[in-house]
Write a protein that binds this ligand. Sequence first.
Ligand code: GDP
Length: 359
Amino acid sequence: MKNPFERMPTVLTADELIDKAFRRAERAASAFKPRGDKVKKARQREELRIRTVSNVIRDNLKKVLERTPGLSTLPKFYQELVDVLVDRDTFHKAMAGIDWAIRMVRELEERYVERIRHSKDPDEMAQLRRQFYGRVASVLRDIDDRLRYLNKAREVLKDLPVVDLEIPTVVIAGHPNVGKSTLLKALTTAKPEIASYPFTTRGINVGIFEDGYFKYQVIDTPGLLDRPLSERNEIEKQAILALKHLGKLIVYIFDPSEYCGFPIEEQMHLFEEIYSEFNEFPFIVVLNKIDIAKKEQVEKIEEFVKRKGLEVFKISAAKGEGVEELKKKIVEVLRPLAHEVAKKKIEEELRRYRSALNL
Ligand code: GDP
C-alpha cells in the first residue's frame, strides 16, 4: 500500500514555470540552424520559441494533472483525510485552473504561430513572439494562487499516513498513558512504524501481527480517541470519521490503577462517548496495569463494563500478561473479515492468471 499522492510532482509557481519555459526556448533557438533566406530563418526561429514555451508549460502542467489522483477515486479513509486537510472545493478549483491554463496556452500557440507564418517582416515576428510570451505569462499569473495552493497541498498530502487499507484493522482507544502504545508493541511483532498524521502532529502508530495465513493491523492514534468529543475541533472530528472507514474493531483500554492521571469516573465517561460514537463497531474492553491496580478499582470498572454486556480482558501490557488471550479474542472477532480479504485477493490473482493464460 502506498500513499496515493506519492507520485504528485512539485508544482512550480507561475514565475518559476515562465522562467523555465523561456530559458528552454532560448536554448532551443540558439542551437537551431535554420535554412533559407533571412525572413524564413526568422520565422522558423520564432516558431520554435513559441512551440517550445508552449510545450514546456503544457507538459509541466499536464504532469501535475495526471499524477494527482482524483479525490473521488480514493478509498473513503483517504477522502475524509484529504477533505479536512485541503478542502475538496479549493482542490478541484485549482485542478480546473490548471486544465484551463493548458488549453489557453495551446490556443495562444496556434494563434501566434499562424500570425508569424503570415508575416514577412522579422521585426514584426519578434514582436508577435514577445506578445505571445506576455500573454502566456499573464495566463500563468492568473492561476498562480492555485499553483501555490496545490504545491502546499502536496506538501501535506505526501505525508498522509501509510496504512494498509486491506488488512482488518484494530483501533486502540483510551486516555493518554493508559498503555496504548505499550499494548500495541506487545500485540504486534513488527516494530511499529510511526506514520505521520497531520492532524495531531503526534503521529500514528501502526503495527501488524500475523495469525497463520492472515494479517491484522493495529493502530493507535494519539490525540484522537483519548479525549471527550466536546473538546475536539472540527478537524479532529473529521479525522475520527476517517478512522471509521479504516477500523473494524475498537480495543478500549482502561487504567484501573489511575496511574495514567485520569480518575476511573473520567475514564468511564470517555468510554461512554467513544462507545456511542462507534456504536456500529465491535468493542473489546481491556483493563490494563493489572499488576499495580487495586482489587476494588478493577471490580468497579468490571462491573460497569459487564452491565453493558461486554467481556473484559485483564492484562498487563508491560509484563505481557493476558496479551495472548486478548490476541486470540481479537483474531476471533476479525477472522471472518480476514477470510473475506484473503478470498478476494486469491480471486483477483486467479483472474490475473487466467487472463495472462488467455483462459
Ligand atoms: P499511552 O499514552 O496510552 O500510549 O501509554 P503508554 O503505553 O505510553 O504507557 C504509559 C505508561 O504506563 C508507561 O510508563 C508504561 O510503561 C506504563 N505501562 C503501560 N502498561 C503497563 C502495565 O501493564 N503495567 C504497568 N505497571 N505499567 C504500564
